[in-house]
Design a binder for this molecule. Structure first.
Ligand code: SF4
Ligand code: SF4
Length: 305
């Protein structure tokens, strides 16, 4: 059976707002953009490498509206599912929202993901998100709202706004990397969760590929998540690296919690970390990475109930 290949595609890191929690700010402090011709070739190569889903992300993709329309057309021609992650700045009026959504549909977009949080909404009126969602409903474009939250009471009114308008949304935990690295942590009370991660790769505008999109350059001590650059290696080769890496496989199937416990982390310590923080503790330490690598194919893989 062929593996499922999906990727977050960073066409540009340029954004028109500056959210206080932005992860992307640290991954690429300078604004970078891919050449359009290069992006077209890469998507064609991805189609040949059985990539079935592309999510256009990084900064604000729709700042490059015409380019992104061309890229989603290429996705459609090759049967690739396309998604755009946007802050909804363009939905300032109902007419604007309808025009943008209908153009995206006519170019073949599969799904729109609208970002929403108390940090985004310091820059973008929350009514933009409502207008964008209503336009998706009107024209039958699949959409959902990504409600980024630290689970504090401060976010209750934002969530209530989505509920009151019957919008489709999914809470997403804020990731304490990038600008959010300095935030106070809101305590969350959950059980001893396994912390599995599906690890969808991320391609930067500079053509570097990482094994996940949320941490890109964060693991600088070990470069654990870095796969390579498309100038030197093919898409297929870089995907194979993610598929054949034993520790990535264990992150997807065994989860970070069991790996931390195997390494000797106390249960009371493990529950204090958010998923990506625990991942960083495990894999951005040369000592821990070496211990996990040595045991990956032997003791660790059988560390199960
Ligand atoms: S979180 Fe998204 S919308 Fe906000 S600054 Fe970062 S890239 Fe822009
Ligand atoms: S848990 Fe690790 S692999 Fe998964 S998104 Fe976070 S940093 Fe990336």
């Amino acid at each position: 059976m062929k593996p499922v290949r999906q990727i977050a595609f960073g066409y540009s890191t340029q954004c028109n707002i500056r959210c206080g929690h932005c992860v992307a700010s640290e991954a690429s402090p300078e604004t970078a953009k891919m050449e359009l011709e290069r992006a077209i070739c890469i998507i064609q190569e991805m189609a040949g490498a059985n990539v079935t889903g592309i999510s256009f992300t990084a900064g604000e993709p729709l700042l490059f509206f015409d380019d992104i329309c061309e890229l989603i057309q290429i996705c459609q021609e090759h049967g690739i599912y396309s998604r755009i992650v946007t802050n909804g700045y363009w939905a300032k009026t109902r007419e604007n929202a309808n025009r943008v959504v209908s153009e995206l549909i006519s170019n073949g977009l599969s799904q729109l993901r609208l970002s929403y949080s108390r940090w985004h909404q310091q820059h973008i009126n929350h009514e933009n998100i409502l207008r964008a969602a209503l336009s998706c409903q009107k024209y039958n474009l699949d959409y959902f709202i990504s409600f980024v939250t630290d689970f504090s009471k401060k976010d209750d009114s934002l969530e209530q706004y989505l509920r009151a308008h019957h919008l489709k949304y999914f809470p997403e935990p804020v990731i304490y990397f990038g600008r959010a690295g300095k935030f106070d942590r809101q305590r969350v009370f959950t059980d001893y969760s396994p912390n599995l991660c599906s690890m969808n790769p991320y391609l930067t505008p500079e053509l570097d590929m990482y094994a996940c999109c949320d941490a890109a350059s964060r693991f600088s001590e070990t470069e654990f998540l870095y796969l390579g650059n498309l100038r030197n290696e093919s898409i297929d080769t870089l995907f194979k690296k993610t598929e054949n890496h034993v520790l990535y496989h264990l992150i997807r199937t065994m989860g970070l919690t069991n790996m931390a416990s195997y390494l000797g982390f106390k249960a009371s310590e493990i529950v204090e970390y958010r998923k990506c923080e625990l991942c960083e503790k495990l894999f951005n330490s040369k000592e821990n990475l070496s211990a996990l690598t040595k045991s990956a194919a032997t003791d660790l893989i059988s560390w199960r109930r």
